[in-house]
Design a protein around this ligand. Sequence first.
Ligand SMILES: Nc1nc2c(ncn2[C@@H]2O[C@H](COP(=O)(O)OP(=O)(O)OP(=O)(O)O)[C@@H](O)[C@H]2O)c(=O)[nH]1
Ligand SMILES: [Mg+2]
Length: 296
Amino acid sequence: MSQIRSGFVGILGRPNVGKSTLLNKLCGEKLAIISAKPQTTRNRILGVLHNPGSQIIFLDTPGMHEFGKALNRYMQDVITGVAKDVDTVIYMVDVTREHGREDNLTLELISPESGIPVLLAVNKIDRVSGGQVQERIDLLTQRCSFDGIFPISALNGKGLEQMVECVTGLLPESVPYFPEDMVTDQPLGFQLAEIVREKLFDLTDQEVPYATAVVVEDISPRRDGLIDVSAMIYVERETQKGIVIGKGGRVLREVGKAARKDMENLLEKQVFLELWVKVKKGWTDREGLLRQLGYR
Ligand SMILES: Nc1nc2c(ncn2[C@@H]2O[C@H](COP(=O)(O)OP(=O)(O)OP(=O)(O)O)[C@@H](O)[C@H]2O)c(=O)[nH]1
Ligand SMILES: [Mg+2]
């Protein structure tokens, strides 16, 4: 097979900077869930950008934050795993928020001795002035040297073309890792569970989104073309179960309605979605339960 430019690019940064929005925009598909709340992504999400002569495999990661429960440690492991096993890193910051501790923690993960090139992506430039962007760049270049600096808007796509061009130039020559029609390696059950989780992030507040996990238990195509999907939502406590269900089942119905719509877009088929809610006491801090819920 002929050689092209191909390799793995990790997208790293603190929670909520726009990593998943960037992955989706670059790959032209909604591969990762997004929310206005921090700590949405919990796994490594792979997305492939196929271009003539190149194949870039982007790895979206959870947002870097301080150690907490077993779930946070799992997320941390995902980030460190990606950081040391890629050909290039995109270090992403949110220019609308002040530079902070979690931005520094992320920088600490990127070791200059590793020889892995690091690009700085200053995101959300659609929300600030050029002066503010330059200020952030000045602050960061005092601390670290970057192999490229890109003011971008992951939301509207500004600056992405230049960044992709730079990334492509940094990648090694290799045979393609993935077939041309493959955009992600996520199993369907995981994608559908993530859709439900995104709606839970949208429609519940405070600690509840962080206490939920979703497992898709069944995907069955029916003879009439419809697809039956059954998913279990796990929470940590009885009170959270009540909140997720809502008065008269209102919240769960809303979650189901929004999730079904996205599933139908993904599958291009009508979906019949059944959602259940179950308590798994304190699952976010119990490693055995984390594994059962798919965080392994
Ligand atoms: N204005 C603006 N908002 C953006 C941009 N990129 C992302 N956002 C918003 O920022 C929020 C967080 O986006 P995500 O893509 O979920 O961020 P993330 O870094 O993946 O977050 P975690 O998974 O929690 O680490 C969402 O509300 C996005 O719509 C951008 O370029 N401009
Ligand atoms: Mg994310």
